[in-house]
Design a protein around this ligand. Structure first.
Ligand code: NDP
Length: 234
């Protein structure tokens, strides 16, 4: 049966691969985008997740077209890397505001319909650096680590209502975000990855789709690494 799936930041990168994976499996997929032309093949709703009203409007559009969201993938995120000494308060708060508070906004809004339906799947896209730490990414790593506490709290709060909350922690994935890194930075990272390569977005999408499938019905509050072994032991 087709489900109503919403992927934030589904217009490019990992989010787009996730959206494609659900669409290929026959689900009704909506994506959010902020600017430019969204990709074809999905219901695209304009939404900046730092704005509660835009989140509300996006959900209304999705609900009208596909019904209440049954599967939410909170994928939208940013980084503003900087050493602590040079990190401005804005560098810190804007990353937390998008990655953590933005996730809170979209999850809270989805919860309404999921409670009514007495079922729901939520997958949050965190990062290996949330648990591993990363020099120059204190803001980003803090926001991604916080997603784990958020998801696990909701897993406890809403498990009895048949809602699951899981976290996927990708390693380094070949997207715009990592293309910004210098060759030297990329080589340094790859030297630490047992599989010796970056991930493809589709490899993250496959795990996300599994967590939203019937096969994962007894998994909640889990943090699943898809990181080529980079974060082993954390
Ligand atoms: P990209 O930079 O390629 O894409 C980021 C996506 O998030 C875009 O769709 C962007 O929309 C959206 N976005 C950012 N800010 C907002 C906002 N305020 N409101 C709505 N949408 C927003 O990133 P990736 O695909 O690489 O990353 C996707 C997720 O995976 C992120 O959460 C990232 O932290 C995480 N991740 C990525 C890794 C990597 O190596 N690439 C590793 C680990 C985790 P727009 O196009 O409008 O800017």
């Amino acid at each position: 049966m087709s489900r109503s799936v919403l992927v934030t930041g589904g217009n490019r990168g990992i989010g787009l691969a996730i959206a494609r994976a659900f669409a290929d499996a026959g689900d009704n997929v909506a994506i959010t985008y902020r600017s430019g032309e969204p990709p074809e093949g999905f219901l695209a709703v304009k939404c900046d997740i730092t704005d509660t009203e835009q989140v509300e409007q996006a959900y209304k559009e999705v609900e009208e077209a596909h019904g209440p969201v049954e599967v939410l993938i909170a994928n939208a995120g940013i980084n503003k890397d900087q050493l602590l000494m040079r990190m401005s308060e804005e560098d810190f708060t804007s990353v937390v505001e998008t990655n953590l508070t933005g996730t809170f906004r979209v999850v809270k809004r989805a919860n309404r319909g999921m409670l009514r339906a007495k079922k729901g799947r939520v997958v949050l896209i965190s990062s290996v650096v949330g648990l591993l730490g990363s020099a120059g990414q204190a803001n980003y790593a803090a926001s991604k680590a916080a997603m784990v506490g958020f998801a696990r709290s909701l897993a406890r709060e809403l498990g009895s209502r048949n809602l699951t909350f899981n976290v996927v922690a990708p390693g380094f994935v070949d997207t715009d975000m990592t293309r910004e890194l210098s060759e030297e930075q990329q080589a340094k990272i790859l030297a630490q990855v047992p599989l010796g390569r970056l991930a493809r977005s589709e490899e993250i999408a496959a795990t996300v789709r599994f967590l939203a499938s019937d096969d994962a019905s007894y998994i909640t509050g889990a943090v699943i690494p898809v990181d080529g072994g980079l974060g082993m032991g954390h």
